[in-house]
Design a protein around this ligand. Structure first.
Ligand code: SF4
Length: 228
C-alpha cells in the first residue's frame, strides 16, 4: 500500500488518514472553472466519492473519500473528460488568480487568461523547489500575491511583480523589485528571467525567497532588469 500510495500521489490521488481512501486533487489555473468542468467533478464526487468537494486555498478542487478500488475507474473518467490532476513536489505549481478586469470593476489587469498562459508555459517544470505563482487584479490583492514565490499585481501603471514570498512552515513576504511595467509582454519576460534564474541557481529545496536573500536583492533585481 505504501509504494502504491506514493505512485498514486504522483497522479493526484492523496492517501487519506483512512488508509484505504484517497482524496483526488484536480489541476486548474486562473481560478475560473467552466460549468462543464465543475459538473464532471460533481459527477465523480457523487459516483465514486462521498458526494463531497473541498476547495483548496489555491483554488483547486479536491474530491475526498474515493476508495482505493475505485481509483482506476476514476482515472478513466478523468481521461475521457480531459481533466488533469495536480502535480506536487519540486515543480512549478498551478497559478492562482482573482477575477481581474474581465469581471471585477476594480481590476486593472486581466488575470485569468494571464494565469492560464503562465500555467501553460511553466506548470510541472522540474525545479530545485516548489514555485507558486499568483496574479491579482488590483491593490485589494484578493489573490494574496506576497505569499507566493512570484506574484503579479495590476496597477494604474500596469504590472507590478513581487518575488520571494512563501507561506507555510516558513513564511516570507514577497517584495516588488522593479517599478510597474506597462506592457504585459515585459511582465512575462521578467517573470521568465526570475524563473530561469531560480531553476539554474537555487540549491535543492531552496525556495526563491531564500535564493534572493543569499545572492542579494540588488543582484537579483539586475538579473530581472536585463529582461527588459
Ligand atoms: S484583487 Fe482587485 S481585481 Fe481582483 S477580485 Fe479583488 S478587487 Fe477585484
Amino acid at each position: 500500500m505504501e509504494s502504491n500510495a506514493a505512485a498514486l500521489k504522483s497522479k493526484g490521488f492523496f492517501q487519506q488518514v483512512q488508509e484505504a481512501m484517497f482524496s483526488l486533487r484536480l489541476c486548474s489555473s486562473g481560478g475560473t472553472l467552466s460549468a462543464a468542468y465543475v459538473r464532471s467533478a460533481v459527477a465523480i464526487a457523487e459516483t465514486y466519492g462521498a458526494g463531497q468537494i473541498h476547495l483548496t486555498t489555491r483554488q483547486q478542487i479536491e474530491i475526498p473519500f474515493i476508495p482505493a478500488e475505485k481509483v482506476a475507474s476514476v482515472q478513466r473518467v478523468l481521461e475521457e473528460a480531459d481533466i488533469k490532476t495536480f502535480i506536487g513536489g519540486p515543480r512549478a505549481r498551478t497559478v492562482a488568480a482573482c477575477l481581474g478586469s474581465a469581471v471585477c470593476k476594480f481590476g486593472k489587469i486581466e488575470t485569468s487568461g494571464l494565469a492560464r498562459e503562465i500555467h501553460q508555459k511553466y506548470f510541472g517544470r522540474e525545479l530545485p523547489a516548489k514555485l507558486k505563482i499568483a496574479v491579482t487584479g488590483c491593490k485589494n490583492n484578493c489573490a494574496r500575491i506576497e505569499a507566493n514565490d512570484i506574484g503579479i499585481r495590476g496597477a494604474d501603471e500596469g504590472y507590478v511583480l513581487y518575488f520571494g514570498g512563501c507561506f507555510g512552515h516558513e513564511t516570507r513576504v514577497g517584495k516588488p523589485l522593479l517599478p510597474a511595467l506597462a506592457a504585459r509582454e515585459d511582465a512575462l519576460n521578467v517573470l521568465e528571467a526570475g524563473v530561469d534564474f531560480f531553476a539554474h541557481n537555487a540549491a535543492k529545496g531552496e525556495r526563491l525567497g531564500k535564493l534572493i536573500e543569499r545572492v542579494g536583492p540588488e543582484a537579483f533585481r539586475k538579473i530581472l532588469e536585463k529582461a527588459l
